[in-house]
Unconditional design. Structure first.
Length: 365
């Protein structure tokens, strides 16, 4: 399995969660961010690594999005994040071109506080940057006995809509989280493409060829030889082709554009074809009180029953893994990486040392 190959980091360096978080914090602080906001952003990224979401952790995104953005001026290191519009159940936040995590945590926390009063609330963020793993924000609702939802839109044009020749939208991820009692929570964190852009980047770093549907050239043909990734101009939507559901993936991506972009008034990447970088990132968050429907404890007991019944299904004879629901593997990764640490590839360690030297930061991991 390609996905399993991408989890096998060659020549890894293992680092525990706290030292890794402190080091990333020091890099962000040296790049001009206030210490508390730098720490928050580092925590979001390392949390992705702890949950096994390596595509959205520290290994590929500091260079791709965050440190590079801070140092080249695309990301504002000291944003004035403000609520620009609100009602009892909704709000819009302007991220002031800062790190996406800052406005996104504020937005989800605001949605939770509003939901405590009226039962359900939504907050949108515009003028932002990449916010990391969508699931982080959806999971913030769980400790309040709420269901959390998060989605994002914008950035570079990566996804080629069904029947189109060129990319028009971002990978437009979304996440949904629902609490359980004794079982790990149900957490689905997914892109509206066949895979995330980050997985293709990891495959390239490891020299692993990719399946059909992960990359596509200008003639609409799949690119599977990772050494020819430069021939790919984008990725198809979830489903790949019409017969296998590409219309659904395209629709999910547009839904993210509507809620994250059009709703708060952000200009979409696909509407800015003269800008090679695409538009700003924009996000959407929702929190729903479970006890607005019935007692939360009863809901969580029923979630336990459902999730256990799901896992108890008979495994297919040709299946190469057990039956698991989204969120269960994440809990396993947290347990494993709490014990072993986060595995960093050699190229990431080299990049960290380089940036520590550039920013005059102590490389202490």
């Amino acid at each position: 399995m390609v996905l399993e190959k991408l989890k096998n980091v060659p020549d890894p360096t293992y680092v525990q969660q706290e030292p890794l978080t402190e080091f990333i914090t020091s890099l962000f602080t040296a790049a001009g961010m206030p210490a508390d906001e730098a720490r928050l952003c580092a925590e979001v990224l390392v949390d992705a690594d702890m949950n096994g979401i390596d595509t959205h952790g520290v290994c590929y995104n500091l260079d791709l999005h965050y440190l590079t953005g801070l140092l080249n001026g695309y990301i504002n290191p000291t944003p004035n994040v403000q609520v620009t519009y609100q009602t009892p159940g909704t709000a819009v936040i302007d991220a002031d071109q800062g790190m996406g995590m800052i406005a996104s945590v504020k937005a989800m926390e605001l949605a939770i506080e509003k939901a405590k009063i009226i039962g359900m609330a939504s907050v949108a963020v515009k003028n932002s940057s990449h916010y990391g793993a969508a699931g982080y924000y959806a999971r913030l609702a769980l400790k309040h006995d709420m269901i959390g939802y998060s989605m994002s839109s914008g950035g570079g044009r990566v996804i080629i809509p069904m029947n189109a020749r060129y990319p028009w939208m971002g990978t437009n991820p979304m996440a949904f989280a629902a609490p359980a009692g004794e079982e790990p929570p149900f957490v689905i964190d997914m892109a509206s493409s066949m895979t995330s852009y980050g997985k293709v980047s990891i495959a390239q770093a490891f020299g692993v060829d990719i399946p059909e549907g992960w990359a596509q050239n200008a003639d609409g043909e799949p690119v599977t030889d990772i050494s020819k990734r430069s021939e790919a101009i984008g990725q198809p939507p979830l489903g790949g082709k019409y017969d296998t559901g590409a219309h659904k993936g395209t629709g999910i991506g547009i839904m993210a554009d509507v809620l994250s972009g059009v709703l708060p008034g952000e200009k979409l990447s696909g509407m800015m074809m003269d800008n090679p970088k695409g538009g700003r990132f924009c996000h959407y968050f929702q929190a729903t009180r479970i006890d607005g429907f019935r007692p939360a404890d009863e809901f969580k007991l029923d979630m336990d029953d459902m999730l256990r019944a799901f896992r108890a299904q008979e495994q297919a004879p040709n299946a190469d893994a057990e039956v698991l629901y989204p969120g269960y593997p994440d809990a396993r990764y947290v347990a494993k990486r709490t014990k072993e640490g986060v595995s960093l590839p050699r190229h990431t360690v080299n990049y960290f040392k380089k940036m520590a030297d550039t920013l005059n930061v102590d490389y202490s991991i």
